[in-house]
Design a protein around this ligand. Structure first.
Ligand code: HEM
Ligand code: HEM
Length: 292
C-alpha cells in the first residue's frame, strides 16, 4: 500500500467510525437521556433496552469488533508464522480502529446503564480503551523502521549518522552549518531522568512546536549558503534529525513507562474478557440469542 492510499484508507476508517458513533447517538439520544423509571414507557423501549433487538445488536457487533481487533493484532505480533502477512503498524491501526468503535457500540448496548457484575467488564474496557490513547502516544515516540518494528541501538546510531552525512554529501553543508543545526536539536538537560508528567509535557511541547522549530532551522540555514532548490529537503532532514535526537534522549524512559503501561492495557483486557464470557454465558442461558 503506498502512502497516499494508506492515508485515504485511514481517513475513511476515521470518518466511518465517527459517522457510526454520531448516527447511533443522534438516533437514540432522547432515550439515553430519559430517567431509568420512564424508559419502559418509551415507544421504542422493546428495541432499545439492552436485550432489545437494536441495543443487543450493538453489544454483539461491538464485542465482535473488540475481539477481532485484539486477536488480529496479538497474533500478528506474537505468532511467528504471521510475521510475513503485513506491516505491524497497519495491524496496530486496525486494532485501534476496531477497539475504539467497538467500545462505543458496547456503550450504546448498555444504554448508559451499568449494573451488576458486567459493570466490571465495562469499566475494564473503558480503562483499556482510555489507556490505549496514552499508549499509542508513547508508542509513536519509539523510533521504528518502515515495517513498524523497533530499531536496535546500532540501527539508531546508523540512522542518525546517515541523516547528518546526507547534509554533507548530498547538500554540501559545511561543518560549521551542521554544527549549528545540531545545537538546535540539543535535548533538554536531564530529561532522561524526568518523571512521567514532565516527560509527557516535554513530548507534547516538542510535538506542538514543529512550526517554531522549522522557522529556527530556516533562520540558521539562511546564515549559510544553501541552494534555494534544496532548502525544503534540508529543512525536512534537519527537522527529522532534531526529533530523532530528542526521541533517543528519552527512549529509555519512554520504553520504561511503556512497559508499565502494559500493566493496565493487558491485564484489564483479560478481566474484561473473563467477565464478558460470564455475561454472555448468562445471557445465552436465559435465552437472549438475538437474531440467531
Ligand atoms: C464488553 C462487552 C459487553 C459489556 C461491557 C456489556 C455490558 C452490559 C450491561 C452494563 C448491561 C446492562 C445491565 C443492567 O441492566 O444493569 C448489559 C445487558 C445485557 N447484555 Fe451485555 N455487555 C457486553 C456484551 C454483550 C454481548 C456480546 C451480549 C450477547 C449475548 C450481551 C447481552 C446482554 C443482554 C441480553 C443484556 C440484558 C440483560 C437483561 O436485561 O437481563 N452483552 N450488558
Ligand atoms: C477495549 C479496547 C481494547 C482492548 C481490549 C485492547 C487490548 C489490547 C491487547 C490485549 C494488546 C496487547 C497485544 C499483545 O501484546 O499481544 C493491545 C496492544 C495495544 N493497544 Fe490495545 N486494546 C484496546 C483499545 C486500544 C485503543 C483504543 C488504543 C489506542 C488508542 C490501543 C492501543 C494499543 C497499542 C499502542 C498497543 C501496542 C502495544 C505493543 O505492541 O506493545 N488499544 N491492546
Amino acid at each position: 500500500m503506498n502512502q497516499l492510499s494508506h492515508r485515504l484508507f485511514l481517513s475513511f476508517l476515521i470518518l466511518f467510525g465517527i459517522l457510526i458513533a454520531v448516527a447511533v447517538l443522534a438516533r437514540n439520544v432522547e432515550y439515553y437521556f430519559l430517567p431509568m423509571e420512564e424508559r419502559p414507557f418509551h415507544e421504542r423501549y422493546n428495541d432499545l433496552k439492552p436485550s432489545g433487538i437494536e441495543s443487543h445488536g450493538y453489544g454483539i457487533i461491538g464485542t465482535a469488533m473488540v475481539t477481532i481487533g485484539v486477536i488480529m493484532y496479538s497474533s500478528r505480533k506474537r505468532v511467528r508464522a504471521f510475521r510475513q502477512i503485513g506491516k505491524i503498524k497497519y495491524f496496530l491501526e486496525f486494532h485501534i480502529f476496531l477497539c475504539l468503535i467497538g467500545p462505543v457500540l458496547v456503550l450504546y448496548h448498555t444504554t448508559f446503564k451499568f449494573g451488576g457484575l458486567v459493570a466490571v467488564s465495562f469499566w475494564s474496557m473503558s480503562a483499556v480503551a482510555f489507556s490505549g490513547v496514552l499508549g499509542r502516544y508513547l508508542y509513536q515516540h519509539i523510533p521504528k523502521n518502515i515495517e513498524g518494528n523497533e530499531l536496535s541501538a546500532k540501527e539508531l546510531e546508523e540512522k542518525g549518522k546517515m541523516m547528518l552525512d546526507s547534509l554533507h554529501s548530498t547538500y554540501a553543508l559545511n561543518e560549521q552549518a551542521v554544527k549549528a543545526l545540531r545545537e538546535l536539536g540539543k535535548p533538554m538537560a536531564h530529561i532522561d531522568e524526568a518523571g512521567l508528567f514532565t516527560l509527557l509535557w516535554y513530548l507534547l511541547i516538542s510535538d506542538l512546536s514543529q512550526k517554531r522549530r522549522i522557522m529556527l532551522i530556516k533562520n540558521t540555514l539562511n546564515k549559510y549558503s544553501v541552494d534555494k532548490h534544496s532548502m525544503k529537503k534540508v529543512v525536512a532532514i534537519v527537522n527529522d534529525h532534531i526529533v530523532f535526537q530528542q526521541r533517543i534522549a528519552v527512549l529509555e524512559k519512554v520504553q520504561e513507562i511503556f512497559h508499565y503501561w502494559h500493566v493496565i492495557h493487558l491485564p484489564f483486557s483479560i478481566i474484561m474478557f473473563v467477565v464478558l464470557l460470564v455475561h454472555v454465558g448468562v445471557a445465552i442461558t436465559f435465552g437472549y440469542t438475538w437474531i440467531f
